[in-house]
Design a protein around this ligand. Structure first.
Ligand code: GTP
Length: 201
């Protein structure tokens, strides 16, 4: 089978869960048996320990997209095919500065994703996240739309890197998500009704 490679750059807020997300994608869709054995042998038991372990042993960070014909390779690049911007759903005090930082990276040309930019509102499972709801998500979308990212390639979606919510399959029990696109017709970010992996097809 012919494999295509896409490059992915993962950026975002401090402690927002970037390593956990990459670890989760590798663990779910990127491990061969020998690599799984190597992780077990080295006592790597947390998702966010996978990236440091791979980096220490100079392994390529990669996973398969759902079609099985695309390998996604995680690298630091100014012009990756795909980019993730990860923020913490519970850290509402940081949302505005997070959106500003992303706007600045895009407008200065420091980040120029060729295909898609996914804005990932992470930790929606969190214990710190009392009352995660339609209202909370609407506020995140509003904040990133107000930042005027000036790109038509940005998609925003809630996820849990730790629990896997909205990563491989769609979110259960969030029917209000479907209405979000309609309520932001002029939004510069598209609210995704599809899961993260579905957007990588
Ligand atoms: N509840 C919850 N916690 C998470 C989730 N993702 C990450 N965390 C926790 O958030 C903390 C930071 O996660 P990391 O993956 O190390 O974050 P990071 O963005 O790579 O951190 P820095 O590189 O230091 O900026 C850890 O304690 C994770 O267990 C999530 O989806 N839900």
């Amino acid at each position: 089978m012919i494999m295509a490679t896409k490059t992915l750059t993962v950026l975002g807020d401090e402690k927002a869960g970037k390593k956990t997300l990459i670890g989760s994608l590798i663990y779910k869709c990127g491990l061969e048996l020998t690599q799984l054995e190597a992780l077990e042998r080295e006592g790597v038991s947390q998702l966010n320990e996978i990236v440091p372990f791979y980096e220490k042993s100079s392994r390529v960070l990669s996973f398969y997209a759902p079609s099985g014909r695309i390998v996604v390779e995680i690298i630091e690049s100014k012009e990756p095919d795909l980019a993730f911007w990860v923020l913490d759903a519970a850290a509402s005090m940081n949302w505005r500065s997070s959106a500003e930082e992303l706007r600045s990276l895009l407008s200065s040309g420091t980040l120029q994703p060729r295909e898609r930019l996914l804005i990932l509102v992470n930790k929606i499972d969190g214990r710190d996240l009392v009352g995660w709801s339609e209202h909370t998500f609407t506020e995140v979308v509003r904040t990133f739309s107000a930042a005027n990212l000036k790109t038509d390639r940005a998609y925003i979606l809630p996820i849990s890197s730790l629990k896997g919510d909205n990563i491989l399959g769609p979110l259960e029990g969030y029917s209000w998500m479907n209405d979000q696109s309609a309520s932001h017709p002029s939004s510069s970010v598209h609210v995704s009704e599809r899961s993260l992996m579905d957007l990588l097809r």
